[in-house]
Design a protein around this ligand. Structure first.
Ligand code: ADP
Ligand code: MG
Length: 314
């Protein structure tokens, strides 16, 4: 392709909201053999919402939700937002505490007054969060997080989590002072175009693969729903890059589509890194393409554009 053709293609891309960082990136996309999709925020909308909350310890449900929201207050994970929002609605929908007039106080003000103080907050990638509330250790996250902290998960709580997972939902567990308190079920629906794009890629001879830090049962259910046969679950951030390097060993050209901070090592490792939507700055930096519209159809647009620029018109 001539420099002019590359310039034209870059302009066409930009008009579609597909930002291409240079001619090399544009050229590599034509030969993509695998497209690796992150699950949360990439295949799914990243707009999680709580569908169930259950206490297994005798704690009041409202107190449980307050604890969970307080622990998640410093997290930027989509799951954290869902948990805080649910707790807020549980506590304040139609029943603001006396002396507080709704309308004068913003939702943020109400939330910050309601939440308990959390000390020593830390986010554990692929696991969840931990902090101290009332001097006691609070853990909010998946099974692995609790198991690594030697928290026993009662059988009824485990079966509740399994049931959520079989329905493509994620079970978030909360432990307070070493004891499991309850479980919150979170749903994150697929993007509307997800399965059409997966089908389209297959027709183009490109193999879609899903990688996620989420558990295998939820991953399996989501992969089935979207039509992806090859999926990897419980993959830590560094593991996503490792999956890519393994696929590259036979010379295959691998694209990665992701949105989160977690995805930046993988976006950098891929031959064609595509940051999607309102992705984090760090993901955008690591990527070769930015899909501004947060629409998965642009993965196909990008590959098409490269094929048209380089292989067909020669
Ligand atoms: P993905 O690869 O699908 O984007 P992540 O690596 O971000 O997933 O997270 C993997 C898992 O870790 C989540 O499914 C959840 O179980 C747990 N997790 C991560 N962050 C949080 C959080 N802030 N609160 C609760 N659980 C979390
Ligand atoms: Mg993600």
């Amino acid at each position: 392709a001539t420099p002019t053709a590359v310039m034209v293609a870059t302009g066409v891309g930009a008009n579609h909201g597909v930002l291409i960082k240079g001619g090399d990136a544009l050229e590599r996309a034509q030969n993509v053999r695998y497209v690796i999709f992150d699950k949360t925020g990439t295949l799914t909308q990243g707009k999680a919402s709580v569908t169930a909350a259950k206490v297994f310890s005798g704690m009041d449900l409202g107190d449980f939700l307050t604890l969970a929201a307080s622990a998640e207050a410093s997290s930027e994970h989509p799951l954290a937002k869902a948990i805080i929002d649910y707790g807020y609605h549980y506590h304040f929908f139609g029943k603001l505490p006396t002396g507080k007039t709704i309308g004068k106080q913003s939702k943020e003000d109400v939330i910050s007054e309601w939440l308990l103080e959390a000390m020593d907050f830390s986010a554990i990638p692929g696991r969840g969060v931990q902090c101290l509330i009332n001097g006691k250790k609070v853990l909010v996250g998946n099974r692995n997080l609790l198991m690594e902290n030697n928290v026993m998960i009662p059988m009824e709580a485990e079966s509740f989590v399994v049931e959520l997972e079989l329905n493509a939902k994620t079970g978030i567990l909360l432990a307070y002072d070493g004891t499991l308190v309850g479980v919150i079920g979170v749903a994150d629906p697929l993007k509307r175009e997800a399965s059409v794009v997966v089908e389209g890629l297959k027709k183009m001879g490109v193999q879609p693969i899903m990688v996620t830090g989420d558990n295998w049962r939820t991953a399996r259910a989501v992969a089935k729903e979207v039509g992806i046969e090859d999926w990897r679950a419980e993959v830590m951030p560094a593991g996503k890059a490792e999956v890519i390097r393994t696929l590259q060993k036979d010379g295959s050209v691998v694209a990665m589509v992701g949105d989160g901070i977690n995805d930046s090592p993988a976006l950098a490792a891929a031959d064609v890194g595509m940051a999607i939507g309102a992705g984090t700055d760090i993901a955008i930096e690591a990527a070769d393409y930015v899909l501004m519209k947060n629409n998965l159809e642009d993965v196909i647009t990008a590959i098409d554009l490269s094929r048209k620029t380089f292989s067909r018109i020669r």
